[in-house]
Design a binder for this molecule. Structure first.
Ligand code: 5AD
Length: 379
């Protein structure tokens, strides 16, 4: 078929332009990371901070190959449903923080959420991600709806992202049929964590939640923003090491993007190059992990999704929140896909992926351990 030849040609051309022609020290570091799935601090720092494009090409090529060896050329799509922007927290970077009075607060109705799932299912998506502000009483009530979704779409995966909740709420939601939970750790350094969050929020609590989630049998996701205010490369190294100890099934990383109505709104956005480098480094350290090319990256650069996949990511989140509410779920300024119609967006993603020789996987995209080395999972 004509289009296939064209897309294969484009893909080959792209690869040949980006192949690893770098023969120096960086190549050796990449090969060591690929083989051992870990690297010393100095080596990781060099990969993370190198401004040499040929070193990046080398790193991305290795990450891409590792992703391909574990997942083939398939990418998993997730349907993001931002079910409520009511949040008890006041994170200093986040647009839907409690003390931002400009946000019109909403919670989607049961019917609206079910319609989002139906819509996503019809377009071929097999994971529904229910994300919302931290609101324990509302989260507790969500269990009934999770059970309903589970019964209506027994073949779909249900992912939740609802912040820090009591262990018994996590347990009830899991029992109702939730499979996965996303809870970014935000920063592995307690002092840095404290500068991003109000007094009262503690890294230790978040890590305790992550351990509980794992014990309950959730596939667990963690991660952080790249270039958040006050973040040093040393902080990122600590994040990499925390991920290495915990070995989450999912790793969510995106650049920080300032939101003007927050206390950190005047700080510059994080670097998309550094974000891509982190995808690649983490892919080499966690060959089986589910790593999304996040919406925040697409907000910073229009080719964010494909750039992410070509740096080793293997998941794309697409927004199924109804248009009216979507505008009120602005975690940061200029969030990508605000105006894009869902079906149109999915078609575009299929096209973008075809152009880089990838297809959308028809499966749920659960975590599957293939060749991971034995590690202890203690944080
Ligand atoms: N820029 C980028 N990411 C953000 N998040 C929240 N606010 C911002 C921002 N200003 C991320 C956090 C959170 C996730 C839901 O969104 O990492 O865990």
């Amino acid at each position: 078929m004509g289009w296939q030849i064209v897309s294969n040609f484009k893909y080959t051309k792209l690869l040949s332009e980006r192949k690893c022609i770098f023969a120096g020290k960086m190549k050796l570091l990449v090969e060591e990371l690929r083989e051992k799935r870990t690297l010393g601090d100095a080596g990781l720092m060099e990969l993370l901070t190198s401004e040499d494009p040929s070193a990046d090409a080398c790193l991305f090529a290795a990450a891409r190959e590792t992703a391909e060896a574990h997942f083939g050329r398939q990418v998993f799509l997730r349907a993001l449903i931002e079910w409520s922007n009511i949040c008890r927290n006041d994170c200093l970077y986040c647009g839907i923080r409690r003390s931002n009075p400009d946000v019109r607060r909403y919670s989607l109705s049961r019917e609206s959420i079910l319609r989002c799932c139906e819509n996503a299912w019809r377009l071929g998506l097999r994971t529904f991600v229910l994300q919302g502000g931290e609101n324990p009483p509302a989260a507790e009530k969500l269990a009934g709806l999770v059970a309903e979704i589970r019964a209506s779409w027994p073949q779909a995966a249900i992912t939740l992202s609802l912040g820090e909740l009591p262990a018994d709420t996590y347990a009830r939601l899991r029992q109702a049929g939730a499979d996965r939970y996303l809870l970014r750790h935000e920063s592995a350094d307690p002092a840095h964590y404290a500068r991003l969050h109000p007094a009262g929020m503690r890294l230790e609590n978040r890590l305790a939640c992550l351990r509980t989630l794992r014990e309950l049998g959730y596939q667990t996701g963690m991660g952080m923003m790249v270039g958040s205010p006050f973040q040093t490369t040393g902080n990122l190294l600590a994040d990499i090491r925390l991920l290495e100890r915990f070995r989450p099934e999912m790793i969510g990383i995106g650049p920080f993007i300032p939101h003007p109505a927050t206390p950190l709104g005047a700080y510059p956005a994080g670097s998309s190059e550094r974000t891509l480098r982190l995808y690649a480094i983490l892919r080499l350290m966690h060959p089986d992990a589910l790593i999304p090319a996040t919406t925040a990256l697409s907000t910073l650069r229009p080719d964010g999704r494909t750039a992410g996949i070509l740096a080793g990511a293997n998941v794309i989140m697409t927004n199924f929140t109804p248009a009216v509410e979507r505008a009120e779920y602005a975690l940061y300024e200029g969030k990508a896909s605000l105006a894009v119609e869902t079906a149109e967006n999915i078609r575009k993603i299929h096209e973008e992926l075809a152009a880089i020789g990838r297809t959308v996987s028809p499966s749920r995209g659960d975590y599957q351990e293939n060749h991971s080395q034995d590690t202890d999972n203690h944080v």
